[in-house]
Design a protein around this ligand. Structure first.
Ligand SMILES: Nc1ncnc2c1ncn2[C@@H]1O[C@H](COP(=O)(O)OP(=O)(O)OP(=O)(O)O)[C@@H](O)[C@H]1O
Ligand SMILES: [Mg+2]
Length: 227
């Protein structure tokens, strides 16, 4: 069995004015099924850019990405969207919630794309939101919730379709200590259940829970070590 995820010499360039900047500058990475990985590094080093590539939200400018043995480069946009919907749960740094939808409907959204019926969608979303301490905010819209509450809705949305890979960008950044601990316990459960977790974080307590810590600097992997 090969790695679940394999990146080879992955580069990401963005056009900027007349020229181009290379933000990821040759990333080689293998991730096995069931690993819990923390990605750390200074602001602007390319962590979110790398997570978006791992989550098949953006394509490398050069290099290869194999997921479960399949070359992602050869997938068209529909095939990438299917891969994301079936396999990936993504917690964005900016949460990306739908402003007009309640917490339950936001959290249930991936199940809508996956074709689940309404009762099942809402039951699963409600169960996760309750688990995340949001039982009293089920019918609130994002604008009626605090930053930490919105963050937990984003986490529920990422987990609602029981994805094989969970990618999270600073998931505990806006949370108080108690809620942050609950999220970490949830991650431990997911990891214990065989899910693969890749979490961008500045928090040492998140890195401590991960089996492996990857440090990024200036678009390259600076170190990759057992935690
Ligand atoms: N679409 C884009 N066009 C041009 N530059 C971009 C684009 N997206 C990201 N960048 C640049 O790439 C660099 C890395 O951004 P990225 O969001 O990956 O950093 P990060 O490591 O996640 O930082 P932070 O810890 O602040 O979230 C930044 O300098 C950013 O300005
Ligand atoms: Mg970022």
């Amino acid at each position: 069995m090969g790695a679940l995820i394999a990146l080879r010499d992955v580069r990401k360039r963005f056009s900027l004015g007349e020229g181009e900047v290379e933000i990821l500058r040759g990333i080689d990475l293998d991730v096995d099924e069931g690993e819990f990985i923390a990605i750390m590094g200074p602001s602007g080093s390319g962590k979110t850019t790398m997570l978006e590539i791992l989550g098949a939200l953006s394509r490398p400018s050069a290099g290869s990405y194999h997921f479960d043995g399949d070359a992602i480069e050869s997938h068209d946009d529909d095939a990438l969207a299917d891969l994301r919907a079936a396999r990936m749960g993504f917690v964005f740094q900016t949460f990306n919630l739908m402003p007009r939808m309640t917490a339950v409907r936001n959290a249930a959204l991936p199940l809508l794309y996956a074709g689940a019926g309404r009762a099942e969608r809402e039951a699963r979303a409600r169960g996760l939101l309750e688990r995340l301490g949001l039982g009293h905010r089920l019918d609130h819209r994002p604008g009626q919730m605090s930053g930490g509450e919105r963050q937990r809705v984003a986490i529920a949305r990422a987990l609602v379709n029981d994805p094989r890979v969970v990618l999270a960008d600073e998931p505990t950044g806006n949370l108080d200590e108690k809620t942050g601990r609950e999220i970490l316990e949830l991650f431990d459960d997911l990891h214990g259940g065989g899910r693969t977790l890749i979490v961008v974080t500045h928090a040492p307590e998140v890195a401590e829970r991960a089996g492996r810590v990857i440090r990024i600097r200036d678009g390259r992997i600076e170190s990759d070590a057992a935690a």
